[in-house]
Structures are given as structure tokens and as C-alpha cells.
Design a protein around this ligand. Structure first.
Ligand code: ATP
Ligand code: MG
Ligand code: FE
Length: 349
């Protein structure tokens, strides 16, 4: 099926067009620059930016795909989870488009969409089936979630998630402590190049035996962020220079270590020899490297979609809806709303 997907759960206005698993267009307008001065995504600013970006982004995607809107088989949209106001803009636009075109509408889950990204080839090739079951680790500015995916369209289980900050959020906050601009992830990656990751032993949240008993697949990054801030403060109070590169490298190592330790544990426990990564933090060089090392050591096949498909985009939403259609699921009824806390088990609303 030919599907147009709309994604507005955070700061990216993403419009994607797919034919089944073939990517025809993936256009993204981001309001990231507008959030930079606040050091994080401001919900009202994001919602307004979506409103302004939606129409030109849809037009560009349709042109790039070389299709006409009346050729679409369906419209898809992220129904949740995400920022309520931002989601509402996308859901409203999707309903209007579907009604105007007389096409069915599929409201789908953002996190499951991140898994669906692996169906697509960023260069527009035919795409592929996702090897299932798989464990999926989704890490971004808003989420840190570990999933057990048995069927992309019908059976996704949440194993664990962050109990405080998301991993990307921790990168952004620690960058701030180090005087680096927003978004912090790429900055920390850059300065860490010259640092020693073993210089400072920062805490690994929820990895002690007593924590693993209760929170085996959950994450916590707020303690780590505080530990870094305190370490830097003590240096400054003592009038000593802060070794920014070492702090960045050591912090990055702590995040990567925890993420992969828990993801690999899930693969082993569930006897699933496959791990799929998604979300903006997957851009992190050390996360990618450690993922490959540990997956290889454990005999696990690692999948990392192209970065343009790892960060928020509309193509993954369209691809997930296309799979739902192929599996025979009915469209969503038009009375659904944006659900900022939509559970991952609700693959479609
Ligand atoms: P959502 O959580 O809804 O997916 P988001 O906008 O936070 O939304 P993304 O756009 O996928 O998610 O990711 C942005 C996050 O990824 C930011 O927190 C950013 O700092 C982080 N990030 C980007 N590049 C890197 C990197 N090289 N290393 C670590 N983190 C990174
Ligand atoms: Mg983003
Ligand atoms: Fe996302």
C-alpha cells in the first residue's frame, strides 16, 4: 500500500511516504534551533513550529515521492506517546487530510514506529522484513525503552524503560554542565574523541544486584547526571581546571555501558539472538561501537538502521501503518485523540 505518514511527537515535523517497505520520501523539518536557547525542547514552541511546517513539508514529500495525494491508500499519524500539544497538531492535520481525500487513517504508536524504521532502506531500495523476534533498544531525548518484539503489527512487550531522565536528556544536561551547546549528544561525542573513557568512574544506574532484581531492564540517568555535575563543581571549587574531554568520554562510557548491559541481558534472558537499535542517541559513536563489540561477543545479530531513519521521522510511521494494512487491520476510527502516554502495547489506536 501507498501510505503517507505524519510524525509530530517531539521537535521534528516528519513526513514520509512509503509503498509497502519501499521508501519514496522522508522529509524532516526540525525546530531544534528554536529550542537551543532553552537547553531542551519547549512544548509550546514545538507545537507552533509543527503548525507552520506541516503544509510545506507535506508538499515537499509528495513532490519528492513523485506521487499525487489522491493515489494514497492511507494516511498514517503518530497518535502517541510524545508531547501532547505537538501530537495534537499532527493528529488534527492527519484527520483533515484523510477526510479531505476520503482515505482511511491509521493512528499508530511512535515507539513501535521506531522499530518499523528497520523495514526501510534509506536509499529507496525495496526494503526488507524485520527478523523476529527481536529485542529493541530505543534511546532518544524523550525515551529510553527496551522492547521484546514478537510481531511488529501485533505483539510488542515493554521490558523496561527509564525511571527518570531519558539517555538523550542526560547527554543534553551534562553538555550544559560542561558549557557545551544544545543538543548535547553530538557535542559530547566530539569532545570525547580526545578524552580517556577510563579517567573517571561514574555510576552505572540500576546495575547493582539489588537493583537488577527489581529493575533488570529499567534505566536511571539522573544520578549519573548529578554525579557528573558534582564532580565538575568540586574541581571548580578547588580552582583546578576541568578536563572536559575526560569527563565527556567517561560520562559517555557510563551511558553506553548501562544501555548495552541491559539490552544484552534481555537478549540472553529471552533467548533472542537479535538486537535492534533506534532513536537519536544511536548516533553516538561509543554506543555504536560497544553495541557491536558486545553483540559479537554474545553471538547476537545487531541491526542499526540508517541515522536518518533512527531519529524521528514520518517514514517509519507510514511503514508501520503499511504493515498493519498488510496484516488485515482496520483503520482507526476518526474519534481518536493524541495520547501522550500511549503504552507500547497499543500498536494502533
Ligand atoms: P523522541 O524522544 O520523541 O524520539 P527526540 O527529538 O528527543 O524525540 P531524537 O530526535 O531521536 O529524539 O534524538 C534527539 C536526542 O538524541 C537528543 O537528546 C540528542 O542530544 C541525542 N543525540 C544526538 N546525537 C547524539 C550523539 N552523537 N550522542 C548522544 N546523543 C545524541
Ligand atoms: Mg528530536
Ligand atoms: Fe522518537
Amino acid at each position: 500500500p501507498l501510505v503517507l505518514g505524519i510524525e509530530t511527537s517531539c521537535d521534528e515535523t516528519g513526513i514520509g511516504i512509503v509503498r509497502g517497505t519501499q521508501l519514496l520520501a522522508n522529509v524532516i523539518a526540525s525546530s531544534m534551533d528554536e529550542h537551543a536557547r532553552y537547553g531542551g525542547v519547549v512544548p509550546e514552541v514545538a507545537a507552533r513550529a509543527h503548525l507552520e511546517a506541516l503544509e510545506p513539508t507535506i508538499t515537499e514529500a509528495v513532490q519528492k515521492a513523485g506521487i499525487r495525494l489522491d493515489e494514497l491508500d492511507a494516511v498514517a499519524v503518530t497518535a502517541g506517546p510524545g508531547l501532547a500539544g505537538a501530537l495534537m497538531v499532527g493528529v488534527g492535520a492527519a484527520k483533515a487530510l484523510a477526510v479531505a481525500l476520503g482515505k482511511p487513517l491509521y493512528g499508530v504508536n511512535h515507539l513501535v514506529g521506531h522499530v518499523g524504521a528497520d523495514l526501510l532502506d534509506a536509499d529507496g531500495g525495496p526494503g526488507r522484513d524485520i527478523d523476529l523476534p527481536t529485542i529493541a533498544l530505543l534511546v532518544s531525548g524523550g525515551h529510553t525503552s527496551l522492547l521484546h518484539v514478537r510481531s511488529l503489527t501485533d505483539d510488542v512487550e515493554l521490558l523496561g524503560e527509564t525511571i527518570d531522565d531519558a539517555a538523550g536528556e542526560a547527554f543534553d544536561k551534562v553538555a550544559r554542565v560542561l558549557g557545551l551547546p544544545y543538543p548535547g549528544g553530538p557535542q559530547i561525542d566530539r569532545v570525547a574523541l580526545d578524552g580517556d573513557q577510563k579517567a573517571i568512574r561514574f555510576p552505572r544506574g540500576l546495575t547493582l544486584p539489588k537493583d537488577m532484581a527489581k529493575h533488570r531492564y529499567d534505566f536511571s540517568f539522573s544520578g549519573l547526571k548529578t554525579a557528573v555535575a558534582r564532580w565538575v563543581e568540586q574541581r571548580e571549587d578547588a580552582g583546578e581546571p576541568v578536563p572536559v574531554a575526560d569527563v565527556a568520554a567517561s560520562f559517555r562510557e557510563a551511558v553506553a555501558d548501562v544501555l548495552l548491559r541491559k539490552a544484552i541481558a534481555a537478549c540472553v534472558d529471552r533467548e533472542v539472538p537479535r538486537l535492534l537499535l533506534g532513536g537519536g542517541v544511536v548516533a553516538n559513536a561509543r554506543v555504536r561501537q560497544l553495541a557491536q563489540e558486545r553483540a559479537d561477543a554474545a553471538g547476537i545479530t545487531l541491526r542499526i538502521p540508517a541515522l536518518s531513519l533512527c531519529t524521528d521521522n514520518g517514514a517509519m510511521i507510514a511503514a508501520l501503518a503499511a504493515q498493519r494494512i498488510a496484516a488485515g487491520h482496520e483503520p482507526s476510527t476518526l474519534d481518536f485523540g493524541a495520547d501522550s502516554t500511549l503504552p507500547v502495547t497499543d500498536i494502533q489506536v
